[in-house]
Ligand binder design. Sequence first.
Ligand SMILES: Cc1cc2nc3c(=O)[nH]c(=O)nc-3n(C[C@H](O)[C@H](O)[C@H](O)COP(=O)(O)OP(=O)(O)OC[C@H]3O[C@@H](n4cnc5c(N)ncnc54)[C@H](O)[C@@H]3O)c2cc1C
Length: 507
Amino acid sequence: MADSATHIDVLIVGAGISGIGSAYHLQEQCPTKSYVILEMKDTFGGTWETHKYPGVRSDSDLYTFGYRFKPWVGAPIASAEEILKYMGEVIEENSIDQHIRYGHRITGCSWSSQDNLWTVQATRLADDATVSFTCNFLWMCQGYYDHENPYIPEWSGMDSYKGTFIHAQKWDPETDYAGKRVLVIGSGATAATVVPAFAEKAAHVTMLQRSPTYFFCSENKNELADRLREIGIDEPTIHRVVRAQIMYDQDMMTKRCQTEPDQVFEELKALIRQYAGEDFEFEPHFTPKYRPWQQRLAFCPEGDVFQAAAAGKLSVVTDTIDTFTEKGVRTASGEEIEADIIVACTGFRLSVMGEIPFQVDGKSVDWHETVNYRGMMFTGVPNLVWVFGYFRASWTLRVDMLGDFVCNLLNHMDETGTKRIEVSLRDEDSDMDILPWIEADNFNPNYLMRDIDRLPQRGAKPEWRHNQDYWSERDEIPTTDLDSPEFVYDGKRRSQSAVRKKAANAT
Ligand SMILES: Cc1cc2nc3c(=O)[nH]c(=O)nc-3n(C[C@H](O)[C@H](O)[C@H](O)COP(=O)(O)OP(=O)(O)OC[C@H]3O[C@@H](n4cnc5c(N)ncnc54)[C@H](O)[C@@H]3O)c2cc1C
């Protein structure tokens, strides 16, 4: 039975790192707004709660993956448990918990232009009841992949395999792998995490990859942070300074990956040799075909993957799977790899807007028909922002940035007495090429490329795309003129004379 609808000003979808950060900014910058967070799980954390495989950890440093408003005081690379503890502190310190409704799976969102309201329906998992909310603004923090169904390719003969087969996303921490032969399929960030963790107790680990990955090996410490702590600098200052240092270094690295990829690769190899020895052989398993940074660099604290390889606990096979067999898999080149446990680290299934059915004035929204404004707002869909973070830099940098943006927007709407905001292509955009979400040679992980036809489209101008570039956005997004003509309020663009008048008043 459906309850009567609860009304709030802002509804945040998801209690992952994006949803909790967004709630913090809303409370701080729009203190009069009422809000709830709807979360289908029975706890917060999102990604960091879903994944339970051995060794699960960040591959970004927590100085930048942590929020700008709460200092990170530990080692840069953190376990899922440490990230959850940090998020738990943010929730508690800011009394965010009273706003979170756990166990609420959103099943539909519909916008009414007559009422300027979203109606959001959810199933309350405790009693299977349908509950409804109405809100003025939807802040979509549901992430980008399906938390329940990971991506598993269809390999032939899977039924004949007699051992334990599991996708890393579904790993049960009770599984005993001590003394077992473990085969890990894949070589991305997840594989780079599980391989050294398995190698500690397993009889042997084999990593079977279709193609090689770049690895960045480093100690799990930040010398600047340690030094500043040693001389007594306060944690908020350390957090600010170390974030600045890391972002500067990453910017340099990204640029160098584009201008001198071969030199960068030589440097990555030198780091690996520190852990694997001078004679370590890179061909054929550690020589990727793409440029560094076209996909996320797999971070390897203390070179642990290479330490396992050097100790003979890990072998790498670069090949494709021909078929599963009773005892393991046979590769295309005919090699049989026997394993007691096979762990697929084959990535995610993209989830666009949590696969929630959306309607605007009774018409279903096909996200691929929309054009995105800076990867956060979508033509034809009012009063909604999607927090889609960065892949090359820490995701959370964009959570803070869009937190400011959304709060500015909400405050601007209040100041101007407007109820509805949407983005719309301008006359000058009429000839603009409309293209897929991201170009294949910019950032091209398989899960995006597989489903690019379901993602919103982009235009050939900077404002109509998510460029995945923190360093340009940190200048552009905070200085956005909310009265510029791509923003349409209550069905009208701000007239340029009004905008000029506003500018004159401001000076
Ligand atoms: C193993 C792993 C490691 C990663 N490491 C890093 C890293 O080191 N650095 C980095 O920058 N990025 C990393 N990422 C990317 C990472 O997912 C993001 O950085 C970030 O955690 C995403 O946060 P989020 O809150 O946007 O989404 P999520 O963590 O996906 O959380 C979304 C939440 O929304 C909820 N939700 C979804 N649909 C609904 C619905 N219909 N109704 C109600 N609730 C719903 C989900 O249950 C979930 O709790 C990693 C990803 C994975 C999988």
